[in-house]
Ligand binder design. Structure first.
Ligand SMILES: Cc1cc2nc3c(=O)[nH]c(=O)nc-3n(C[C@H](O)[C@H](O)[C@H](O)COP(=O)(O)OP(=O)(O)OC[C@H]3O[C@@H](n4cnc5c(N)ncnc54)[C@H](O)[C@@H]3O)c2cc1C
Length: 388
């Protein structure tokens, strides 16, 4: 049964969050990781299972069909972060399946018409329609405002041309929120958001493989024509929509990192207590004891930053970009340090394919890159300092 102390941070939560944690932990306790299984098939079944268990209900605000927690007209970042913390302890792929239902639908929650919400959100909630968020391009990664994917108005529709890469759920998604420019000269003010469906002619998908199981790939739009009614919000409002979405979901990335780090710490305490070298458990050798102390302290510091960001966002209902960046930066970097120590404490077993810490070592790495690299988080924090 995955665990993590919830009672030690009571001031960040209310009673509804206790219910979220219990449900998420119960679901996570039943998971069995199988890295040999096809990752796309596993993602589809994970989404369906998450939907059947009711966990996806926190990916959509109560007002649009989700479950009550926090404010009825928005998602609750604490709930999303707590679920990812529980899933991250057990299976990174299931965590991704959960996260993408939120990330891939939040622009629709924020800017979608009633008709768009009615078409796309029910499948998000029950896990039958997988979401995707397509922002990154081969030449526009960290510098997303420089994206080149074009959307040209043509009668009652738009024609999309360009390439998106490193898109999670590529090839399994039932809806892609795609950011493209309608006016390259206008820079970020020209960027708009659209929903593309997998059956749309002119869309092709090529799979990529990363170091831990994660359905991901490149999308190519070649004269891909979509109805004008698939545009989300106004023309030119896409960049703000993308940033508003990331401002919510970055904190949840940090939540997954907390879960992975917690699991690494738990595994390490157990191993260091049981493994005897030089006549005593390795935990009783001061260097290993100090590693455990550093890991626990890093993890608690990370949790405080992450749940501060989540609670501020939920309570204030406004972007808290600096605190979110601090939480994501610190938690993903700390989790990497913690997991690296865990591998060291496990010795040869730590790098043996199939061991828990070996998998965590691969799973954690991408979290310092996606939804804004650690370096970009530092730029966000320093820009906020300089503005103050
Ligand atoms: C597993 C995974 C899943 C992903 N899922 C999605 C998804 O679903 N949707 C999506 O749109 N994207 C997704 N991405 C893409 C991800 O958001 C980008 O990889 C990320 O934003 C970095 O872009 P890049 O890879 O082009 O790196 P680059 O931008 O080329 O950066 C390379 C290095 O340069 C550094 N750098 C860049 N600019 C600066 C600067 N100004 N100052 C200092 N350092 C700088 C970066 O921090 C990094 O260390 C995913 C990526 C991964 C690995």
């Amino acid at each position: 049964m995955p665990g993590s102390s919830f009672d030690d941070l009571p001031w960040f939560f209310d009673r509804a969050h206790l219910h979220v944690v219990e449900r998420a932990r119960a679901f996570a306790a039943d998971l069995a990781v199988d890295e040999r299984a096809d990752e796309r098939a596993r993602t589809r079944s994970a989404a369906a299972a998450l939907g059947a268990a009711g966990l996806l209900a926190w990916c959509v605000p109560e007002r649009f069909g989700g479950a009550p927690v926090g404010r009825p007209d928005d998602v609750d970042v604490r709930a999303l972060t707590l679920v990812r913390e529980a899933l991250g302890q057990v299976d990174g792929l299931v965590d991704t399946a959960f996260a993408m239902q939120g990330l891939g639908s939040y622009p629709i929650t924020l800017a979608g018409s009633e008709a768009q919400k009615a078409r796309y959100l029910p499948g998000i909630l029950d896990g039958t329609r997988l979401g995707a968020f397509a922002l990154t391009e081969p030449e526009a990664g960290s510098d997303v405002a420089n994206l080149q994917c074009r959307a040209v108005r043509d009668g009652d529709g738009y024609v999309l041309d360009g390439t998106k890469t490193f898109i999670s759920n590529a090839g399994v998604a039932g809806q892609y929120v795609v950011f493209a420019t309608v006016d390259p000269a206008a820079g970020r003010e020209g960027i708009s958001a659209f929903v593309v469906e997998p059956e749309d002619a002119g869309l092709s998908v090529e799979a990529l493989e990363v170091i831990a199981p994660h359905p991901i790939g490149t999308l190519r739009f070649d004269g891909c024509r979509i109805p004008a009614g698939r545009r989300l919000g106004d023309e030119g409002a896409g960049f703000k929509l993308a940033m508003g979405t990331l401002d919510v979901f970055r904190t949840t990335v940090a939540g997954a990192a907390l879960g992975m780090a917690r699991r690494a710490l738990d595994e390490s305490v157990a191993r260091a207590g049981a493994r005897v070298q030089f006549g005593r458990p390795i935990a009783r050798h001061q260097i290993i004891g100090a590693y455990l102390a550093e890991m626990a302290t890093d993890l608690d510091a990370a949790r405080l930053l992450v749940f501060r960001a989540a609670a501020l966002r939920d309570v204030q209902g406004a972007p808290v970009t600096r605190e979110v960046a601090m939480g994501k930066l610190f938690a993903t970097e700390a989790a990497s340090r913690i997991i690296d120590h865990a591998v060291q404490i496990h010795g040869g077993q730590g790098v043996t394919r199939g061991s828990v810490v070996e998998r965590l070592y691969r799973e954690i790495r991408a979290l310092r890159i996606y939804e804004g690299t650690s370096e970009i988080q530092k730029l966000i924090i320093s820009a906020a300092l300089l503005r103050a």
